[in-house]
Structures are given as C-alpha cells and as structure tokens.
Ligand binder design. Sequence first.
Ligand SMILES: [Zn+2]
Ligand SMILES: [Zn+2]
Length: 349
Amino acid sequence: MKAAVFSKPGIPLSIEEVADPEPGPDDLILKVKACGICGTDLHWSQGIDPSAGWRHLAPGSVMGHEFSGEIVELGKNTRGRFRSGERVVAQPFIGCGDCDACRAGRSYRCTVVTTRASADLTGAYAEYTRVGIAETLRLPDSASFHAGALVEPLAVGLNAVKRAGLQVGDPVLVIGAGPVGLSVALWCRFFGAHDVIVSDLVEERAGRSIEFGATAAIDAASEDVQARYKKIAGRPPAVVFDCVGLPGSLQLSIDQAPTDAHLVIVGLCMAKDTFFPAKAIVKELRITFAFVYSKSDFQFVIDMLGSERIPADALVTSVIGLDDFPHKFEALRSPGADLKVMLEPGFSS
Ligand SMILES: [Zn+2]
Ligand SMILES: [Zn+2]
C-alpha cells in the first residue's frame, strides 16, 4: 500500500510503497477513508528534546491517529462481532483487551499498549491501517467519514472539559482557537457554560470559534484579554483552558487566570518549558493536565455526531489526497487559516 513515511526531522514525509498491514486474531484492517492532520504529528516529526526521555519517531514510521474507515479484513476472533464493509472509527492504540485499564475502556493505560507510529503499528496516513477490536466503534450512517475522523480531537476536548468539573453557568476562557480550542469551546457550550470566550493571536481564528459554540471571541494580538473578558462577561472566568501547547503558553494561562480559577492544560506542548510557580501560587490556582479519553468518551462523541447535536464538519477546511500530503503537511508548520486538513487517501485533486 501507499503511505506517508517519515525519515528524519527536517526532511518532508515521502509517499512510498510499504507492506500491507496484517490483522492479528483480535484485529481489523480498515481501508482509511479520512485521517486528520494533527499538530502533535507536526511537533513529533520535528524531533523531541532528548531530555524528555521519550522515544523519537523511528525512521520509516507512518503517523496518523485521527481516522475513520471501512472494514476490509477481519482477524479470526473478530468474526461475528464485525462485518466486512462496516464504517467504523477506532482509538489510535491497541491494548491487551484484558487488564483493568483495557476493561475500563482506557487501553491507553494498558502496560502492553501499542501506539500509532511505533515500529509495529502503522498510522493512518496510509491507504490501510490495523486497529484492535476492543478499540473500534461503529459510525452511524448519519455521520460522514470526515466526522468520524474528527471523533479523536473532539474526544480530546471532551476529556478536558470533563476534567474541568465545569458547573452549569460557569464563565470560561479558552486560550487558542485551533482544533483543540474549538473542540473545548464546543463542549463547554454543550455542558452549559454561560460565557465561552475564546482568545487567539490570529483574529480570524478567534472569530471562527463562534461557529463552534463560543459566545464571544477576543483578538489577543490587539486586545488586553483580561480586561476584554471582564467587559464581555461582567466577571472573570472560573475555568481557563490552555489549548495552545507551545513553550510559554502555560505561563500565559497562569497570567491570564484570575485568583482561585481552575486552569486546565490540554494543548500538548512537546518541548521543554519554564514557568514562574509563585505567580500561580499567589493566585491559588488549581491546575489540571488533560490528555486522552476513554472508549466511552469516543462513543459519546459518535452518538452526538450521529444525532447532529454538535457541529463538527465545519472544522474541516481542506481535503487532500496522498500525493499532495507531504507538501501540505510541511505547509502546516507555519500557522495559517486552516483548521483541520483531512487526508482522503483515494482523493485526487
Ligand atoms: Zn491528534
Ligand atoms: Zn490491557
């Protein structure tokens, strides 16, 4: 099959023939119908600070963890539970299926989990991908494959909002209007926040958050965010979400949070960062870090997409095929107007 293959930081991905994935007994093979480009992959492919002690992306890896597809091959234990041709979404990792974490629908915490873009699990920037039966969920006919590929980033936002312990009527500030920030704004509105105000340094991005549930937007490049927030909402935010994920954004969120606020960090900063703890201590902030979702979060997002309770398709601002993929992937390294760029491996422009 064809896939977008990583070689090393600084070198664009290249479209190459790689081995077709083979299903293990509890696996399914999907024909990838859509896969979103995620900022995490952009950062990861740039290399990670060695002091983090994390593994680097191995040469030959294929990334891509926000996907939907159609079942084309079934492992021997999966027959009777799924059929060929079914439209599905899967979490981007495969657990043992049997430990406490896996049984709780949190196979990411399984001690033997296999994650995307590791040597033995090819991601979905490819024509086909392998998924585990325990992590796979059906996509209703009313949800498009694009919507299916948005389930993962929407579940990231859902997990963050759940961890925020939001109360109905709360005023909320969302810093950063990328896909994560918009997903957070959407769920804050869904769960009854009174003011969902989104700030971004790019005015156009901030303004677009209104489509996803924000009640107001702040252009952080030209306005004082705290003063503007208070003017709009009449009070400071109770919850502040950092959805930027770059060095300096944690400090920025601490600076913008009012006394006693709850700060939820969901933007995934993959570089070393520093912050001034006393500034958070003096304000007596509560700081929560949010990462990934459980299987029930995935199911909830799918149900809400299927019943058209949340707007999602508008997150997709470009659709590309595999041939244009490496070029577009590189272009996304400089911030622009795109929100979510969707790969359709079979798409030709
Ligand atoms: Zn992602
Ligand atoms: Zn397990």
